[in-house]
Ligand binder design. Structure first.
Ligand SMILES: Nc1nc2c(ncn2[C@@H]2O[C@H](COP(=O)(O)OP(=O)(O)OP(=O)(O)O)[C@@H](O)[C@H]2O)c(=O)[nH]1
Ligand SMILES: [Zn+2]
Length: 199
């Protein structure tokens, strides 16, 4: 992983404008941004936002040519990631399962997590996150049989508002995974092992 340190600097002040945002935020909530404990906070705030939105998961999607056995399903599960809810700018943590049926080429294992992180490191809603991941897996693998399932806990629901922890599940089930059959059953057993008695 690499992080970007570049930022817009229209005033040419050599300072990230996010530092000013943080300073204003502190003042707006009645804090003194110049007190000892907060002096470095605007700079830290700017750095974490740049780290989050500049997170570089890499864009190389290595494929291996392989004539897979007819009907083989590849599932990569328990990919943990963090994203940010676009409504409240609060984090949500997600566990993602990605499955596909290779169509002549197989995708390098690490690339599933790279693709998932790439789409998580922007302002999101969970439904769009799974959709974006599924679209890229389809585009890269050339397979119409792609499924993405995410289970997330949203801090905007847990720590504020209704203040109720809950698990949100969202899924995209394309191609063979959209039909009731063995591929879908295998996927569900991997994604939800507790329900199938596997764990
Ligand atoms: N469908 C969906 N909703 C989300 C997601 N993240 C946050 N939300 C919801 O977005 C909604 C925004 O609702 P608003 O009524 O505009 O905002 P709010 O007044 O802060 O709502 P409350 O959270 O109910 O206090 C809330 O219901 C959130 O729970 C997400 O990933 N998917
Ligand atoms: Zn939210």
């Amino acid at each position: 992983m690499t992080t970007s340190t570049t930022y817009p600097d229209p005033a040419g002040e050599g300072r990230d404008p996010l530092e000013d945002v943080a300073r204003q935020l502190l003042i707006a909530i009645g804090e003194n941004p110049d007190r000892d404990g907060l002096k470095q906070t605007p700079a830290r705030f700017a750095r974490w936002w740049r780290e989050f939105s500049g997170y570089d998961a890499g864009e190389v999607n290595t494929l291996f040519s392989l004539r897979t056995q007819q009907g083989q399903t590849v599932t990569v599960s328990d990919i943990h990631l963090w994203s940010l809810c676009e409504h409240h700018l609060l984090p949500f943590s997600c566990t993602v399962t990605i499955a596909y049926r290779p169509n002549g080429d197989v995708l390098g294992l690490s690339k599933f997590a790279r693709i998932a992180h790439r789409h998580a490191h922007r302002l999101q809603i969970q439904e769009r996150l799974v959709q974006d991941i599924a679209e890229e897996i389809t585009a890269v693998s050339g397979s119409p049989d792609v499924a993405v399932i995410a289970q997330g806990e949203h801090l905007c629901m847990t720590m504020r508002g209704i203040r109720t922890p809950a698990l949100m599940t969202s899924s995209v089930l394309n191609g063979v995974f959209g039909q009731d059959g063995p591929a879908r059953q295998e996927l569900m057993a991997t994604a939800f092992p507790a329900l199938s008695g596997r764990r």
